[in-house]
Unconditional design. Structure first.
Length: 314
């Protein structure tokens, strides 16, 4: 992995984080960013931007605009436009990350728990959606989801959007890409559930009752994403082909209905000799009808082999 400091951009070096947040802690400056975001054409001239914000005092407006220039706003001879950091602030406001705290009371998911067979329910709080079983208290999914994703969506539409969102996030994680900042992820296999919880991975996806978890960490934005090994296989072509051969489209099946994805009872940690003593490779068995797909991954979580077996021979 590249050295953390060497990958910072010039914009990153210009403003300390505390100063950057201080620069936008003002209603006028947020209005400037919003006006640039909504402008039909960019760059926007000083006079047009001031008129959009509705501030009469030119000197006062210029003062606030200068606080944003370079880090959040780009100034050229033609006018002003948003930098990436400025777009990020407005996006956060638009999706409600900074301004909203919506909640959705528990509602039925329409799927049964892969552990006890009782109905699953979902609820939304603290900017995360949770799918769990109230009978056995098993969490099948808990992941951050933008507050704006709730707007205009009923329960079914929310679940569909959330499920697609999480699949996309884990496809990036499986590729070694941080879904937040795009940096390289450091991935390891954690076989101690206590350590998994202590590492703080529960802030992104909680499976504290499992013994085997893949923990991906971004050293740049300090993001941790924890999941079962099976979750990394949701976008694997070999698994999708296995389901197609059985007349099923894997992408249309909610992953919380897949025992091998939301449980580690289909996961075995192996060593070179196939024993279960020294972690080396990980094997996930995926049962479907009368057949089983056995997927073996190496210590980098790359698929090294796939085998199809009869259910009776497993």
């Amino acid at each position: 992995m590249a050295d953390f400091d060497s990958t910072r951009t010039e914009v990153d070096r210009r403003v300390a984080p505390a100063d950057a947040f201080g620069a936008i802690a003002n209603e006028t400056r947020l209005a400037i960013l919003r006006a640039l975001w909504e402008a039909p054409e960019r760059p926007v001239s000083f006079s047009e931007l001031r008129a959009s914000v509705g501030m009469r005092d030119s000197a006062q407006f210029n003062y606030h605009l200068r606080q944003l220039t370079d880090h959040f706003v780009r100034k050229t001879d033609e006018g002003y436009s948003l930098r990436a950091a400025g777009k990020g602030v407005v996006r956060a406001l638009v999706v409600g990350t900074f301004t909203e705290d919506p909640r959705r009371d528990p509602f039925p998911v329409g799927s049964d728990c892969v552990h006890c067979g009782e109905p699953l329910h979902a609820h939304y709080a603290d900017e995360s959606l949770t799918v769990d079983c109230t009978a056995c208290e098993r969490v099948h999914s808990r992941h951050p989801f933008p507050p704006g994703g709730l707007l205009g969506r009923g329960d079914d539409a929310l679940l569909d959007a959330y499920e697609r969102w999480v699949r996309g996030q884990y496809a990036l994680v499986a590729a070694g890409i941080c879904p937040v900042c795009g940096s390289e992820l450091r991935t390891e296999l954690v076989t101690d559930a206590d350590r998994f919880s202590e590492d703080g991975a529960a802030s992104t996806c909680r499976f504290p009752e499992y013994d085997t978890v893949v923990l991906a960490t971004c050293d740049r934005c300090i993001r941790r994403v924890g999941a079962t090994v099976g979750m990394r296989l949701l976008s694997a072509s070999a698994v999708a082909e296995f389901y197609r051969d059985h007349g099923l489209d894997l992408s249309t099946i909610p992953y919380w209905e897949l025992p091998w994805a939301v449980s580690d009872r289909h996961t075995t940690v192996l060593n070179d000799d196939g024993d279960t003593t020294d972690p080396w490779r990980v094997c996930v068995t995926i049962p479907l009808d009368d057949e089983v797909l056995r997927v073996t991954l190496d210590r980098d979580f790359d698929i090294v082999s796939t085998d199809r077996l009869d259910q009776e021979s497993v």
